[in-house]
Design a protein around this ligand. Structure first.
Ligand SMILES: Cc1ncc(COP(=O)(O)O)c(C=O)c1O
Length: 307
């Protein structure tokens, strides 16, 4: 059974996870008027925290949402929460090192008055919650057999100013994932209105063609992932060339391999799209090697050997 967290970090202090905290007027609850980040922490070290906080600021700016705490307070909150949840073990005593998934959620909080943007919306005191869970890697089947995706009926608008904003308004993502589950698949890919691959419901999409790693550009209405940025930064030393390329469905299906990238799930092989096998239809060796490299790097960062 999944462990129930004992604590959350709420508006500056640890609080019991199970207690009621937010009023029903909270705009995150009412309107999905909020933003979030998800990331890993190992040995008490939040991985790529700076990049996640930078994106949190960008998301906040896009929605004119005031972050109620600065980066330092959030970083301290994470350290305190991981300690309270016993998820920060350094592993020096031979026990497994602490490995966690973190979520930072900010809602606009409550604004007096009804409607989308009543007077005072820009001054509202946001609510900030950090949650932590023991890290659960993707299901063994997804790594052993790879993920099978469908294309969602929902298309992404290339010029949408919200494409790169990590809002808590996730109805489209939930709907697309429902489409996948109803079709017996694991994941759904969004296409742009003109039919190019954009991203999955929780990850960026990559095609592997020889030693080239191809992924859609920001112009394809993607969330620019931190793991995607890591792949660009580390591709060369791992023997690859990472390139932004428009990816039509046929090119993805015709690639030697494909994979998904995201902070918490990591690099996950993608083996089929709409019932068509990608490459051999099995997890690709290159994709699995990249997954291993990323996991090793996370461990190195947690040991202060990389950064
Ligand atoms: C829609 C979407 N695209 C891409 C990503 C990958 O981003 P990251 O690598 O920063 O986790 C995520 C992950 O949260 C996502 O939700």
């Amino acid at each position: 059974m999944a462990r129930v967290p004992g604590f959350i970090w709420l508006d500056g202090a640890l609080a019991p996870a199970g207690a009621p905290h937010l009023p029903v007027s909270d705009r995150g609850f009412q309107l999905g008027d909020g933003i979030f980040e998800t990331l890993r922490a190992r040995r008490g070290v939040a991985i790529e925290l700076d990049a996640h906080l930078a994106r949190l600021h960008q998301s906040a700016d896009a929605l004119a949402l005031r972050l109620p705490f600065g980066d330092e307070a959030i970083a301290e909150g994470i350290v305190g929460l991981l300690a309270a949840e016993s998820l920060d073990a350094d592993g020096r005593d031979g026990a497994p090192p602490g490995d966690a998934a973190l979520r930072i959620t900010v809602s606009r909080g409550t604004v007096a008055g009804r409607g989308l943007l009543p007077a005072g919306y820009a001054e509202a005191t946001g609510r900030l919650v950090i949650e932590a869970w023991p890290y659960a890697p993707p299901a063994p089947r997804l790594l052993a057999e790879g993920a099978r995706a469908i294309t969602s009926t929902i298309r992404h608008a290339r010029r949408s100013p919200l494409a790169g904003v990590k809002t808590t308004s996730r109805a489209e993502h939930v709907y697309a994932r429902l489409e996948a589950l109803r079709a017996g698949a694991d994941e759904a890919l969004f296409l742009t209105a003109d039919g190019e691959v954009s991203e999955s419901t929780i990850a960026n999409v990559w095609a592997v063609v020889g030693a080239r790693l191809l992924t859609p550009s920001a112009g394809a209405a993607i969330l620019a992932g931190t793991t995607r940025a890591w792949l660009f930064a580390h591709a060369a030393e791992l023997g690859f060339a990472a390139e932004e390329r428009p990816l039509v469905v046929e090119a993805l299906v015709g690639a030697g391999e494909a994979f998904l990238s995201s902070s918490v799930a990591g690099i996950v092989p993608l083996v089929a799209l709409d019932g068509h096998p990608i490459g051999s239809g099995q997890p690709g060796q290159r994709s699995l090697a990249l997954r291993e490299a990323r996991e090793r790097w996370i461990d190195d960062v947690s040991l202060g050997r990389a950064g």
